[in-house]
Design a protein around this ligand. Sequence first.
Ligand code: ADP
Ligand code: MG
Length: 392
Amino acid sequence: MVQNIPIVEFKNVTKLYPKMSKPAVDNINFKINKGEFCCLIGTSGSGKTTLMRMINRMNSVTKGKVLIKGKNVKEFNPVFLRRHIGYVIQSNGLMPHMTIRQNIALVPKLLKWPKKKIAVAVNKLIELAQLPKSYLDRYPNELSGGQQQRVGVIRALAANQNLILMDEPFGALDPITRESLQTLVKNLQSKLGKTIVFVTHDMDEALKLATKIVVLHGGHLIQVGSPDEILHYPKNKFVENLIGEKRLSEAKYETVKVKNVMLTDSVKINQTASLTTALAMMKEHRVDTLLVVDFENHFKGYISINELQKKYNQANKISEILLTKIPVLRPDEYLRDNFSRILSRAGQYIPVVDDNERLVGIVTRSSLVNVIYEKIWGDKTALIKKSEKEVK
Ligand code: ADP
Ligand code: MG
């Protein structure tokens, strides 16, 4: 049972700063499990930092409880908490008058680790940061911003902390440096099995890093979910805006299933019908093929006008001219996985058959075109809206 206890749990947590009329965070409930990468996301002032700093008691809790492995943070010594929980902030927080080695060794020293153990840890960490060993004897201002932040990240791991808090740690870096640090953190987290709580206002960053996303707005918890859940089932307009129209339309397109685009009024004929009926049906509907089913609507194959005309005089039954070599789609298959199959049936449609082999519809080339157009035009209208806004 022990492993089921969350690493961090917020229980009805409210924070009211002095002289504030409204709580900075209001009645928040969620859990962070071992090994999760939890991103707190929201616009500026939504309460992200406040919430995070209650975990290591840098902020006090006004109402409710913050639990670490089931124990109220109030029962921990705050100094103990801060030494055992890694913390990375935007301005890397390195001591300017200490070398990189001394900076990394700071917390292990405070924890009174033996010198040898510290030396081993420092060497391993600088390697994890993908920096040359010679940098250990440099001072922070002799490193670039990105390199300093690399040190900031591994310093938070130096004392083998299993829980690490990061508050917009890469906000000040250029996009390329930022991306390489995101990769570093993600790799360290999955390789070392750390639990990370990461504050960001950038949805790209959250979607890239998180296994769990917590959306905050005005001190309220709006939605908790995996990146996939947030992307595909945004709870409301606010979350949609945070995700952005482009990503939403891409997500929509990515998840279109066969059943979402299939036509259900396909022209079909019962296998016991006569060839005369079949011919009449083709004429009436102006089609050159008919799908064939039995009385229970089980899909049997198709007949084509060519075969029908060729064998009209010799054949009596549909079964004699039935063609069975035809690809079928299942309703729950993703359209994106079947584009080429559908397009390769030049001018033809593909029947959709359910798990009981019943004919439920067809997908035509034009259903595909509609999806692709929606994606293209969806993006275009988003662009137009944006430029209109900019003109105003
Ligand atoms: P975020 O990190 O999401 O930008 P914060 O947690 O820093 O948001 O702030 C949430 C709200 O609490 C804001 O309205 C902010 O002005 C207020 N706040 C933050 N820190 C303090 C403080 N020390 N004293 C008073 N109000 C504060
Ligand atoms: Mg903040």
